[in-house]
Design a protein around this ligand. Sequence first.
Ligand code: GTP
Length: 191
Amino acid sequence: MKIVLPYAGIVLLVGPSNSGKSTLLKSMIDNKEILSSEVVSSDEFRVLVSNIEFIDWRERPKDEADCLFDEYQNISKEAFSMMDSVIEARCRLNKLTFVDATHLHPDDRKRYRSLARKNHVPIVAIVLDIPLDTLIERDEQRDYSRGKRRIKQQYQVFKREKRFIKKEGYTSTYLLNETNNIELVRRSNPI
Ligand code: GTP
């Protein structure tokens, strides 16, 4: 699939955990198609604001998991606030920014559409639609599992939201079932 990237603006990756958002961006960086400084990731901002590395959610007692989840929500709030400031600054400077987070909830996507509109830059959505079985399989194999329950919840939300994303008003929307064979085309001027 050919993906045309604007000169400046926001590229939202959309997909549940394990859909391959970070892996796709990393391959683009490795291929020198994009710069690592063009990617902002919620995972990295969580580390920046709180030192918290990935949490393995498997085999934790429910009480402990609930407590950890509350702390994680607070950390996420601060992390997203910092991340959005960076994205907005980059929009003002007419830079392109890839946002690596799940973006499953409509309000999160709306926030970035508003930010793009306010700063007069385009916003592109790259949606990774990967089957649930594959997401779970990848989760079992990765170092820091997100946990089967969370993956299933995220997938249900994604399935519901997928229908609306195309109509939400992005400059372009790309729906991918796999991440091989992507041809990236970057606009080299602001027009
Ligand atoms: P979150 O950070 O949890 O939101 O996940 P993500 O969507 O960024 O997925 P990520 O790229 O971190 O990949 C999660 C796991 O799936 C890793 O262990 C990857 O190696 C694996 N993975 C990602 N993409 C592919 C793929 O195309 N094929 C296979 N076989 N594994 C993949």
